[in-house]
Every structure is written in C-alpha cells, then in structure tokens.
Design a protein around this ligand. Sequence first.
Ligand SMILES: [Zn+2]
Ligand SMILES: [Zn+2]
Length: 563
Amino acid sequence: MNQSAVPDVSPATLEVVPLGGVGEFGMNMMAVSWEDTTILIDAGVMFPDPDQLGVDLIIPDMTYVEARGDKVKALVLTHGHEDHIGAVPHVMPLFDGPVYGTAMTLAFIEPKLEEHGIEAKDRLKTVKPRDVVSIGPFTIEFIRVTHSMPDCVALAITTPAGVMIHTGDFKIDQTPIDGQHFDLHRFAELGAKGVLALFADSTNIDRRGFTGPEIEVIDAFEELFTSTQGKLVVAMFSSSIYRMQVLVDLAAQFDRKVAFVGRSIVQNAEIAQRLGYLRIPSGIQIRDADVQNYASQDVLCVTTGSQGEPQAALPRIAVDDHRWVKLGPDDTVVLSARAIPGNEKKIARVMSHVARRGADVVTDSMKHVHVSGHGSAEELKLVLSLVRPRYFVPVHGEYRQLSQHARVAKRVMSGVEPRLQVLLAENGDIIQFDVDGGRIAGKAPVGRILIDDTRTGEVGDEVLRDRRHLAEDGLVVPVVAINKQTGLLEGVPDIVTRGFVMENSQALLADAARLLTDVVEQASLEERTDQGLIKEKLRVELRRFFRKRSGRRPFVVPVIMEI
Ligand SMILES: [Zn+2]
Ligand SMILES: [Zn+2]
C-alpha cells in the first residue's frame, strides 16, 4: 500500500487529493495544496466489518500527509461525525498547525484527544459560519449547512486558481430544529461571482425528491408516546443531537423521564447541553441507574446500539444483560437509525432478542422514525444550480453514487454552465487546476490503516499490523463447544496457541480455560447461542486476561463449535 512515492506538488497549480471517502463510505479526508502550503479537510474513520477481528477503527493511510511534512499548515473540519473527525487524534501529531472547526465539532474532538493523551487543546480554533481564516495562499470561509447534527459547515476556499467549494455533509432542512438555516444566500452569491470547482456530498443521489426535515419524525414518535404502555427505548447514533431534542421535547410533553443509556450517548448529550445545542427542561433527566425506580410508563431510554454493536447498550439490554435497564412485554424498542450496510444481520439478531423479552420492535420501515441527514437528488441539484461550478467533483459515496451524481450534474448544468466538466475522481487521484484548466493527473499513495484501540498508537497497514501483532504476541484460538439445544458447554474449552510461549504457559492456559468456562456459564442462554455475542465476549475477556497475566496482547480468534 505504501510503495508508491508521493509526487511533488506542481508549481502554480492547485492540487486536491482525496485521501479517503471518495469511492467508498467513511474515513473522509482530503488534502488541498498550493506550492508550499497544504491544508487538510476532515480526518474521518471507517468502522470495520465484523470479520475484521481485532480491528476497532480504520483510518486513511497517512503516507501522503507525512510526505508533505511541515508544509501541512492546518486541518479544517466540516462537522462532528465520526467519518469526518474520528482520525483527528491520529493526524494531529503529524503536523503543527491549528485545527479549525465549529464549537460542536471541536467539543466532540476534545475527549478523543484526552483518550489519546494528546495535549493540544490550544491548537483547536473555534469558528462560526461566515468566519474567514487565512492560511498561506488560501482564504477559507465557513458556510452553514443543515445535516443530522448541529453546527455543520461547508467550506469556500479561495485559492490562487479560483474558488473551490466543499459542501461537507448536508441536506437542505428548511425547518431546522435549532432554527439555524442552510445558508443558501451565500452559496448563491459565490455562484454568481464564479466558482472554479464544487466538491459535493453524493450519499443520497439515488433517492428521488427531497430528504425531508428532522422534524418529520415527530408524528411517528407522538404516536409511539401515546400508544406505548411501558418503557419507550429508542436506539440511535450517539451524535444525533436533533433526534435527542425531538425525544426530550416529547418526553416533557407526555410526562416521561429521560435516561441516556450508553457511554457515548451520555457523553454527547452532556457536550450538546453544555454548548446549548440540547435543551433539557429541569427535572426531566434521570440517570440510567434510576430507571428501575420509576414506573415503566414514565420512562424514555435513549440508547446506543442501533447497529447491533455487541458492546453497546441496546444489544446488552436485549439479552437481559444490562445492569439497569430491563425489558418487559409492555415496552417498545425503536430503532431510530438506518442500518449501515453490513450490519443487517447483527441488527436483526438484536430485534429477535428484544422480541423474546416480549417487547415491541419498531423500525423505520414500519413507522417514520428516522430521516436521513443527506440531501436527495433535488437538494443536490439545487446546490449545483446555485454554485454553477466550472468543474464538479462528486465526493462522499461509492463509485456508483459518484457516477450517478456526475450524470445528474451534467443534466442540471446543461442550460446554466454548459462548459461544466466533471472530474470523476477516486481516493488518491491528484486533481490539478491551473491556467490550462482542471484534470486528474496521477496518483498519490492511499490506503487504509487498521487500528486496534487496545494497543494505543499501534498503527500499520493491515498485513503488517497483523504480522507484527502475531510475531510479537502470538495467536490464541479458544475452541469452545456449545450444545445448540441446551446452550451448555460440552467439555472443557480447548486453547490452541501459536507463537505464544511463556515460562508458566501451561498454568496460564489452564486458568484461561477456566475463565472461558466461567464466561460461558455466566452468560445467558441467548448469549450462549448467539455466535456473534459470545465470540465477542470471549475475545474481550481473554484479551483482558492475557494482558493482565502476561503483559502480552495475543491475537484472539474464538471458535465456537455448535454441537
Ligand atoms: Zn455527517
Ligand atoms: Zn459523512
């Protein structure tokens, strides 16, 4: 992945290189260079597939950023979603300059820096929409857009080659929850003056019409508040601050207490409240530990786990393994999020577990309990019509979305800017603009780095990382036989190791086998018969065990045999 050399930036040329997120969903990042100045736009993560064992996060390969060295002057952020800020702690050590973002965006970054032990809060520079900052030959203006969370901006970057606009993620919500409107006027003004290139979100180009405002979900939730006899448990992305506000307001209206359940959602609700983006009337919020002290019809739980993540709150609640929140037959569980492709099976299993508790399950295919944060075709067309760029580069999507966005752009622009050229780029393509026009010219090194968060700072590309991990710490394969009918252990778990030898390894492995037995026996029947859940539990427990007992972190790959 790292073999190809990083080419020099050509003189008197604007060079834009997408390092992630163009031709794939997630880990959005882009480098914009003019001679000796490079700025980075966003630094996001992608979440691993379930079969990428031992991987917690995926970030873009940083070879290009490292090669630019001290020419990298700043990181500029569009908004606080993980696919735009998750890699910030990994990027900040690679350069010295400031990190620009709105208050909400930077507030979401602060705890990440703390987790990574990065003391650099003085590098975080808060900006507001319509603020302008200068970095070398670039002047960057922040323009408000609407999305599924507050305080999102697009960027208008004035360069020696012309103005480039990067939309960030957006939809056009004309009745935003916080009253902060999409700055259509500024897009129009810039378009009237002339825009060299537009880089626009392509996520929902294949959806007809308009996406719809965040307030659209209120009706469906009103019905649920009215009809639910017991607890209402709503799972969502922990960054969906607007959705939280809708639910808090309804809870106030229908006399329910609100408990945020799950570490990230508690943290984000606190941040949003502190910044004034989430308003919770006094006396409404309760702690998760207090849920059991209230009659179930008086409680709303807002939880994580909408993607079926085994360690998150809802999947634990669903198998009756949550300390404070239990489900009963009168309760309703709402999945207020879309399923990220690849997570469908995990989510379906969680819903089945919820159903076994006797609770009702409501998804967005049954009621309108979720609305996307990304604009559909008509919104994307509107932005094109306003901006009227000479060059159009679709971003934030897989290749099929990018190419569809390209087709739509040509149709929209045929009457407005017939000279429009679409540059259908993918990660690593070097997009150049100079006096002769714009083109894709060459390729920069790109790729993915898999991060295992238990090994802080340990970074390498996939193969290298696995090899190093295996070479240093070895491989441990616990083989556990579980009776499919009874969910009981069949015999003593076996542990196969490779490259993991220690003086007392016999005793250690015997203890590990006992730990496996305990973990399985203490798990509920549902966990024991759910391969995904029990594997994750065994993996986490064994990793902890080996770290404590041997100071090593072997690669743990549980194998469950159903008998
Ligand atoms: Zn976003
Ligand atoms: Zn995004």
